[in-house]
Write a protein that binds this ligand. Structure first.
Ligand SMILES: [Zn+2]
Length: 97
């Protein structure tokens, strides 16, 4: 097989040649894409790293207060950026003299 050949390995199976879902494109040792169905919301199958990475938020075993969730961190970053803008504006208008 070569990379252009997209013939599925199991043409009569549940995920046949015309299965419309997303397929894993990991390069196999034969050099062609894996073609197994990718995991939900992922671009790889379970054999090629589709389950890699830790769960986010409360599903992560180390979750405590939510202070370090992506959302909370983004929120703090936004507030800090706004404060810095206001400090610059204050300096420009002589507010701190
Ligand atoms: Zn795969």
């Amino acid at each position: 097989m070569n990379a252009e050949d997209t013939t599925p390995r199991h043409p009569n199976g549940q995920f046949g040649g015309n299965w419309p879902g997303k397929r894993c494109l990991a390069k196999t040792r034969a050099g062609d894409p894996c073609q197994k169905p990718a995991l939900k919301g992922k671009s790889r199958c379970q054999l090629h790293g589709g389950r890699a990475g830790a769960p986010k938020g409360e599903r992560n075993g180390n979750y405590k207060s939510g202070y370090y969730t992506e959302e909370a961190i983004q929120g703090r970053r936004k507030v800090r950026a706004r404060i810095n803008e206001l400090i610059i504006l204050g300096k420009q208008t002589g507010m701190f003299n």
